[in-house]
Design a protein around this ligand. Structure first.
Ligand code: RUQ
Ligand code: CUA
Length: 650
């Protein structure tokens, strides 16, 4: 497909170049002006035209890749076609979303959100950071997507059959998370590690007791692929020192079985600028080195399964720090100042870290790490007794890239790409000779970047997306809160070429993953009429045509309702004030895009009924009155007539 497109692009470019070359050229655009005239009129350069040719998709044509991006504070996930950078969907994860009926009465979505209750409290936003596509043998398999909520230490599980959130889980051991979500190479586990340390048992402890009472943690959530859910009862956690653990990546190939996570504030600063005069930012970045954590999760799994030395804290199985030390589950590796990314190379042989306050990326050899562990080549132990591997013994190389290196992706051809936050650029460097190749400026303040399949065993490279925090002057001003900007970069050759700007309308996204579109196999309609998206199976309460009815049992009223263009059956629901009403809804539609909505006035209820979907809503009819209910999707010529009345008698 790429080759075909490339040939087409070359041909088209030749035509345009010809057109630009002379006014006598007669290549006419559909609106009358020649392509050359259009280009001249709009002041487009050759590079602009090439970029347009590489990104434009005529109507009906599909993208080669799909990008899943964190939706930042929206608590949602953005689904974007690459290279067109067209927004395809916004998947609601931690935040209610009315169009999808997520959190507005539909039973399954309410249940998913309820899983995310934080200490019994509804928290209706999420700070989504890092999406992770499920993997098989270190390759994206396109089946599931996971994402974390940093603010509330939660994890969501999304099925890529219907692009809907199936499960939300709160980790009671953590205040906030950051090394989340990352998956092991066969999605055995979904990794979540804490950011800012708190007491694991959720109790109070004064900051003066920081070293004794505060702790970090990394949880390995067991993913049950058949159930499409995380199974908390088979998940385990390692207690970690109260450093602020950061991004993670799972080893693969030779490093399979290990996970690496960066950290900062190994100084264990406790801030308090108002009294100590030392703000967190200074206290937490005082040392030249922080610690990359190397964790043997496969051995930790055995320790967990043996049950030896485990503690139960807030319902979670925790391997205490001393057990991790004695069992050889955890080692620390010095890494330069305030690191962020910890990225395992595609071959699994090296780990790349970037320290925001150091101009280098540091590349560690997994083999050397193993040797250092075997030979106890330690430079010491941290205050908790965790062995610190000797920096020089495990370092493979350092590459000076520029200011503020943050996060690294790979192209599968020996190329590595590192975002430079301060320099607001992307550096391309070589994994073969560890030299800087070139840089490209981006607009502005890049955080992470995502290359096509860029953190799998076999990256495609091809496209790179810069996730920029600032846009400054790129777009029409829309008030002081500026759009955040994704920039698409062609990395098929040198030099890299900036192709496209995509302001995203929400903020702040942190990370994205890009999968080959043909690896996704979503349903076009639900597999059968009466299918429950929550159970991912046929719904025993589904209603078939002719079976619609209203059943009363004391003050409980069960309505069995169907929807098909362009009516609900039944259309009249008469209940008494105070009744508990349950409406079982089934869409009898089987055609693509034949979606209905079901909204009840003044009840905070709106459900999206996709073809074949079965749902339930439940409420107490506590206010007498007349409430129209209607279809909230423009489904047919008689959509406005797709309506009914809920009559609540006093
Ligand atoms: S993150 S750039 Cu690096 Cu979670 Cu935000
Ligand atoms: Cu059904 Cu509108």
């Amino acid at each position: 497909m790429r080759a075909k497109r490339a040939i087409w692009a070359v041909a088209a470019f030749a035509v345009i170049a010809l057109a630009i070359a002379g006014p006598q050229s007669c290549t006419r655009g559909p609106a009358g002006a020649s392509v050359g005239e259009l280009a001249r009129e709009r002041g487009l350069s050759e590079a602009d035209i090439t970029a347009a040719l590489k990104t434009y998709l005529p109507t009906g044509q599909l993208d080669e890749y799909v990008m899943f991006s964190s939706g930042g504070h929206s608590g949602q996930v953005l689904v974007i076609g690459v290279p067109s950078m067209r927004l395809l969907k916004v998947i609601a994860a931690f935040t209610p979303e009315p169009w999808q009926g997520y959190g507005y009465g539909a039973g399954g979505t309410m249940e998913a959100l309820e899983g995310g209750l934080v200490n019994g409290k509804e928290v209706l936003w999420g700070d989504t950071h890092h999406p992770a596509i499920s993997e098989t043998d270190g390759e994206y398999d396109g089946q599931f997507l996971f994402i974390d909520d940093k603010a509330n230490a939660r994890v969501a599980v999304i099925s890529l059959k219907d692009f809907e959130t199936k499960q939300v889980l709160h980790n009671p051991l953590m205040g906030s998370d950051h090394g989340a979500t990352f998956v092991t190479p066969n999605t055995e586990y979904v990794i979540q590690s804490s950011q800012y340390a708190v007491p694991l048992d959720g109790s109070y402890a004064d900051l003066s007791e920081y070293q004794e009472r505060y702790r970090g943690a990394v949880t390995f959530w067991k993913f049950d692929r058949a159930a499409g859910r995380i199974d908390p009862s088979r998940s385990f956690t390692l207690e970690l020192p109260p450093y602020w653990q950061d991004l993670a990546d799972a080893g693969k190939g030779p490093s399979m079985g290990w996970v690496f996570l960066g950290s900062f504030n190994t100084e264990m600063a406790t801030g308090g600028i108002e009294t100590t005069g030392v703000p967190f930012e200074a206290g937490a970045s005082a040392n030249d080195m922080d610690y990359l954590h190397a964790i043997n999760w496969q051995r930790a799994e055995q320790v967990y399964q043996s049950g030896n030395g485990l503690r139960r804290i807030q319902g979670m199985s925790v391997i205490p720090l001393d057990v991790s030390i004695s069992e050889g589950l955890l080692y620390l590796i010095p890494e330069p100042k305030s690191p962020h990314g910890a990225d395992v190379t595609p071959d699994g042989r090296m780990i790349v870290t970037a320290g925001k306050l150091d101009p280098h990326v540091s590349v560690y050899s997994f083999e050397k790490i193993q040797d250092a562990i075997a030979n106890e080549t330690f430079s010491g132990r941290d205050p908790f007794g965790v062995a610190i591997l000797d920096f020089d013994a495990v370092l493979e190389a350092q590459v000076e890239l520029g200011l503020g290196p943050l996060h690294t992706q790979f192209d599968g051809r020996g190329g590595a790409y590192t975002s430079l936050f301060i320099e607001t650029a992307v550096a391309k460097w070589s994994l073969e000779d560890f030299t800087l190749k070139e840089k490209i400026g981006v607009h502005y303040n890049i955080g992470h970047l995502a290359a096509a399949e860029g953190d799998t065993r076999t990256p495609d490279g091809n496209y790179l997306v810069a996730l920029n925090k600032w846009s400054i002057d790129r777009f029409m001003p829309v008030g002081p809160l500026h759009p955040q900007n994704f920039q698409l970069i062609d990395v098929t050759g040198e030099p890299m070429q900036l192709l496209y700007d995509m302001p995203i309308g929400i903020g702040e996204p942190h990370y994205a993953q890009i999968i080959k579109a043909d690896k996704l196999d979503p349903w076009l309609v639900y597999p059968e009429v009466g299918f429950s998206p929550h159970a991912m199976a046929s719904d025993p309460n589904a209603v078939s045509s002719g079976e619609e009815r209203i059943e009363r049992n004391g003050n409980r009223v069960d309505v069995y309702m169907t929807a098909i263009r362009s009516h609900f059956t039944p259309e009249h629901i008469k209940v008494r004030q105070g009744d508990r009403v349950r409406i079982y809804l089934t869409s009898l539609e089987t055609i693509r895009d034949g979606t209905h909505g079901f909204a009840i006035d003044k009840h905070n209820i709106n459900v999206s009924l996709e073809p074949g979907e079965s749902e339930v809503v439940e409420f107490v009819a506590d206010q007498a009155g007349v409430y129209p209910f209607y279809c909230s999707e423009f489904c047919s010529a008689l959509h406005l007539e797709m309506v009914g009345y809920l009559l609540v008698e006093p």
